[in-house]
Design a protein around this ligand. Structure first.
Ligand code: MTE
Length: 313
């Protein structure tokens, strides 16, 4: 994906002609500096254990270290360097937090996060996580099934998609001062994807509350899709009839489709998706073959029956 230096490096996300146009447009945009260093970003030692129950949906693969999960991040609201979120996301106030649930539901409203959580069952879900940039981790999330929250909202019959939106608060999210990115970050799922038991809203990892850099206090996790679908720090959920916009698809539809299912057979226009680098291996990081639907095909392939996945990528 793109990296900001003094400006968003669209050369990495857009065809060259678009990139040149963009650069001209952005000539006056405030630049961002790269993070000087990387902090460990570990969750505070005082954080309370969540004691989440184990789940049958977990993989038995070895989880990536907490240090790697919390110091190698993508969260452009805090800059585009992998170490920026660990360094700058501390500025984000995550309490109080509320989520506006609306659109085609019978129980719309602005709900305080603690009220949402009262009704939800937290589980530990150890999932494979595959970024579109061809790296992977195994993350022990804590969260609840999105289907339970949608059921509470009581969807209307014509709801076909779920739209998500990240907080927009440039005073705390300095990356949002860069006007070249279409803030706020938005994402979407088809209703059956959102209702799938593998799809969770994460509130923690390693049995502790979610560190800010990983999308506190509430982020989506869809383990069979590329990581950018897993939108962080969500403040709005809207059920819609039409396919909702998705940030990377807005930026470059040719490279980032709405579905973005992990698929080793459909290359990114600028790199292969057949294998990925396993984070945590240091200089000698292992490469592994990428599996269809990130290894969750038995559970989710039926959602896409009859669809041409090279067209609906
Ligand atoms: N959500 C928001 N709001 N902003 C972002 O920049 N980056 C996405 C996704 N969700 C992003 C986001 C991308 S590209 C990835 S790979 C994952 O978050 C990274 O999640 P992690 O940092 O917890 O590993």
């Amino acid at each position: 994906m793109a990296r900001f230096k003094t400006a968003l490096k669209y050369s990495e996300v857009t065809p060259k002609a678009d990139f040149l146009n963009r650069r001209q447009l952005m000539a006056g945009a405030a630049g961002l500096t790269m993070a000087g260093g990387i902090t460990t970003g570990l969750a505070t030692p005082a954080a309370a254990a969540l004691n989440a129950a184990k789940s049958k949906w977990s993989t038995d693969a070895e989880p990536t270290s907490l240090e790697d999960i919390t110091s190698y991040n993508n969260f452009y609201e805090f800059g585009t360097g992998k170490g920026d979120p660990a360094q700058y996301a501390k500025a984000l106030t995550t309490d109080p937090w509320s989520v506006e649930i609306g659109g085609l539901v019978n129980n719309p409203g602005s709900y305080a996060l603690e009220d949402i959580l009262k009704d939800m069952t937290l589980e530990e879900r150890i999932y494979r996580f595959r970024c579109v940039e061809a790296w992977s981790m195994v993350i022990p999330w804590v969260g609840f099934q999105l289907s339970d929250l949608i059921a509470k909202a009581d969807p209307q019959g014509n709801a076909k998609y779920v739209a998500f939106e990240t907080l927009q608060r440039p005073e705390e999210m300095h990356g949002q001062k860069n006007g070249s990115f279409p803030w706020p970050y938005v994402e979407g799922l088809r209703m059956d994807e959102a209702m799938h038991p593998l799809t969770i809203m994460a509130t923690g990892l390693y049995d502790e509350p979610l560190p800010n850099q990983n999308g506190a206090p509430l982020r989506l996790v869809v383990p069979w899709k590329y990581g950018f679908k897993s939108i962080k720090s969500i403040v709005k959920i809207t059920l819609t009839e039409k396919e909702p916009p998705a940030t990377w698809n807005i930026i470059n539809a040719r490279e980032y489709g709405f579905y973005s299912n992990v698929n080793p057979e459909v290359s990114h226009p600028r790199w292969s998706q057949a294998s990925h680098r396993v984070i945590g291996g240091g200089l000698f990081a292992k490469k592994e073959p990428t599996q269809m639907f990130n290894g969750y095909g038995d559970d989710v392939a039926s959602l896409y029956e009859g669809m041409d996945l090279s067209k609906f990528f």
